[in-house]
Write a protein that binds this ligand. Sequence first.
Ligand code: ZN
Length: 577
Amino acid sequence: MWRFLVRRHALISVSLSLFFALFLASSAYSSHPLPKDSAQSLFKQAQDCFNGLYQSPNKRRYRHNWEGCITRYERVYKGFPDTDEAVWAMYKAGKLWTDLSRYSGKSSDLDQAIALYRELAKRYKAHKLADDAQYKLGVIFYERKKDSRQAYIEFLKVEINFPQGDMCAKASLMLDRLERILGKKRVAREKGKADYTKLQQMVRVEDIRHWSTPTYTRVVIDLADQVKYEGHLLKKDPDLKKPRRLYVDLGNAWINKEIETSIPIKNNLLRMARAGQYDKDTVRVVLDIDNMVGYKIFHLFDPFRIVIDVQGEETMPGEAASAEKPPEKKVKKEEMQKELSLAKQLGLRVRRIIIDAGHGGKDPGAVGRKGMKEKDIVLKLARILAEKVRDNLDCQPVLTRGTDVFLPLEKRTAMANIEKADLFISLHVNAHRYTNVQGLETYFLNIALDEDSMNLAARENATSTKNISDLQVILNGLMLNTKIHESSRLAEFVHRGLMSEVSGGYKQVKNRGVRQAPFYVLIGAEMPAVLVEIGYITNPVECTRLGSDAYLTRVASGIAAGIGHYMKDMEAAYKGG
Ligand SMILES: [Zn+2]
């Protein structure tokens, strides 16, 4: 829910007067919304500090005096980022770090200044100080860092990004001087400008991540913005000694050489993943494949990323055993694998259950009264559920996170696939703008059928409903390999267990039923997967329950009982024929 609230909040602020916007901002960031905490008064305090420092050579000798003033400016630009004062505060803090570095001799102080000027020039591009900050960057690299090449780039950015700004003429003079030093020609400058401008319009590949086992690989390409992409499969080429290759072309994109673009994936599925600038506006990501049986390519939003899932052949018993291992151990492993894969093929036994506590770290999830956060509630629940899974079901629980850390949604499913889990249970807390809305619901992955489910998917995916409707379209093509039927059965069992256990201990528990929606965290899961919403943090009654261990214990017992019934049903179905 939190993102939704922030957006609404931003909309309201824009539509009100500046004074009122400031008041709202101050109430959002401080528990005491007093007038003395306004951006103007905080900025004035910082200015007084600044003037006091520059008037007193004695004060300037002590680091803590510099840091005191910097902190005051920081309060302005961090607490009131949408004000004019924020830009000035950032600029002045940049100056303080620059001057402090002369006293301290620390290059890390200068780096702080560089970071602030860069952020100002990028974030407040339209502000009249943006070109000044960009110019300062040039000066720092030229005078202080003695890096003429980087200084040249920084001054060039003044000409390119702020051609109407008052720093343009000064930057031009510096560029002339640097051209003489660097032996560059005017033509090169124009070409450099054209190239740089073009590059700015293209989308940067920011990172390539991967998770891999011998039978499964997930590669994620992080991008600065949306791009069009196309996947192709190339046949094995024995003449050129090239394996089968899956490649994805990203249009209007560029890749920085700094990214590790050649990733050796040492398993018998993928040999290597690499990425490079294929032509001037296409980045090509290539996966060299040895025994692929299927693949999926799809994208996720906020930030935009492309996910490539590759499934390999399940190796026959013995094949995967390493030749380095002593033979007696090998036999044992073979037998174990034989038994395991037979049981698995028959779907006889659930052994390992992934328990996914939603959100975490910088992402609090839904937030309720007294600062109660979804991420903390579900982590506590995950721990209790893990115990029940071990004790009551005799299964091995695996937590996606055992602490308060941020985990990208695509990594959670990748972990489940890599752990070869048999079930995937994602735990969440719901929120609604109407406080009377309450109840429990269990979801499986599919296209959303109603508006509530669509809104929820948008929130849990940390994206917009517009992106969800785009996702619905691509999801149709992705559903072929997912265990949709098994997941809906698991959802039914889990939900029934949950409702009966919770209703046994609490009055007026609302059953919102089993539903379906496109959740990122469930896409690509190779096992039956469900997402459980254990109540509304925005509802006063449920919020109180969510804060109690007794409620979470009941929820965990209910989910575990549901899983137990699902397992029994599966065994019965097998025995029955
Ligand atoms: Zn959630």
